[in-house]
Design a protein around this ligand. Structure first.
Ligand code: KG4
Ligand code: ZN
Length: 361
């Protein structure tokens, strides 16, 4: 397709209500004209996790305004669009439905092509939006809801190399923070403590390293951390600030080492690739990022981490995935259903884990 494409993207599969407008002019780098993200952290804070009904209601209430803002900030009207892309799964079904219904309504009213986008494909294609890299590349998604290695071979061709069989790493960071009395989201709090701690004082397990391939498991880590904490309490009646820092450092070192070793294996499983790309909130962690970068350098593979606002949930990645699909000649989706589960790679066996934010793969 050799014309300028301007798409509206809508994302509501988890706890961020998002809308964005992205434009691709042939021969030029794509432009994110606007990207609105309304988080819901405070709505769920009291419950220790995302409550699906609260999330769905908040999406339904906020989506209209979010889309209006995205269009206004982009300086585009509905008539100036060439299509609409919407997350059709995987995710919390109430939220996904809110987005899909709005997108359907807008597309029907303006006779615009509607692209149903897999949320994970949105993450996986982001390095092409930000850095224009070619296929194939390896993508590591690490967030509170996802953890998987994908070989991205084309706009619609993904091979899952491995993933977590239980918790996602961000979930493990959040639970660790909770066990140690640190604020949510746990990742940044645990990282800040770990910086002041000794990663060698406590040795936490590195699960599944004895198993070939790059599947991962993180749920045992929090049990190990709980035991170490309780042993300190039994021994001394409580934990000191330094104990807490050392526990955080030991935990973070375990997660980082598992991710680095599995990255090594994922890269060894594939031939030449253009890059190792990461996405997801956990990719913000400096220790983890440095170890992934080192692992990728060992294979002579460029390391790529898009800016954080495009690594975490957003609608620009959904608009972009829609553009990629239209440009590749994939027909718009007229009859599709919202899907709570939607693996990118149908041939890979189902992973057991679901993550705290709902089933993902
Ligand atoms: O990608 P994201 O914003 O949302 C989804 O999970 O979809 O990721 C959020 C997760 C949270 O679990 C948070 O604790 C974790 O990413 N996170 C971090 C860091 N910053 C955010 N984990 C480790 N280190 C960090 N610096
Ligand atoms: Zn996501």
């Amino acid at each position: 397709m050799n014309r300028t494409l301007t798409l509206l993207g809508i994302e509501s599969s988890c706890d961020d209500t998002a809308a964005a407008v992205v434009r691709l002019t042939p021969g030029e780098t794509p432009l994110i004209l606007s990207s609105e993200v309304l988080g819901q952290t405070s709505l769920h804070a009291a419950f220790g996790g995302v409550v699906p009904e609260i999330a769905a209601r908040a999406h339904a209430e906020r989506l209209d305004g979010c889309v209006e803002d995205a269009l206004a900030h982009a300086g585009v009207t509905l008539d100036g669009l060439d299509g609409i892309a919407v997350t059709a799964g995987p995710g919390l079904i109430g939220g996904v439905l809110s987005g899909v219904m709005l997108a359907r309504g807008l597309a029907a009213a303006r006779r615009l092509p509607l692209m149903a986008v897999n949320h994970l494909a949105g993450h996986a294609l982001t390095p092409r939006l930000t850095d224009g890299i070619g296929f194939p590349y390896v993508m590591l998604l690490v967030s509170g809801g996802h953890c998987q290695f994908l070989l991205v071979e084309g706009v619609d061709r993904f091979r899952r190399l491995g993933g977590t069989i239980d918790d996602a790493p961000g979930e493990a960071f959040d639970k660790t923070a909770k066990l140690l009395g640190l604020p949510q989201p746990g990742g940044p709090a645990v990282e800040a403590e770990a910086l002041l701690g000794d990663p060698k004082r406590f040795h936490f397990p590195r699960p599944l390293l004895d198993r070939p391939g790059c599947d991962m498991s993180f749920s045992g880590l929090k049990t190990a951390l709980l035991r170490a904490r309780d042993a300190l309490i039994a021994e001394k009646g409580g934990i000191t600030l330094q104990d807490r820092r050392d526990l955080c450092a030991g935990f973070q070192a375990a997660v980082a080492e598992v991710l680095a070793i599995k990255t090594d294996r994922a890269l060894a499983m594939v031939g030449d690739v253009t890059a190792l790309a990461v996405a997801g909130g956990v990719a913000a962690n400096k220790t983890i990022r440095a170890m992934l970068e080192t692992a990728s350098a060992r294979h002579g593979t460029p390391f790529l981490a898009p800016p954080l606002r495009l690594c975490t949930d957003n609608a620009a990645m959904i608009a972009w995935a829609g553009i990629e699909r239209l440009r590749a000649g994939i027909a718009p989706s007229s009859d599709f259903v919202a899907r709570p589960r939607w693996p990118l790679d149908d041939t890979a066996p189902a992973l057991l884990g679901s993550g705290k934010k709902g089933a993902k793969a």
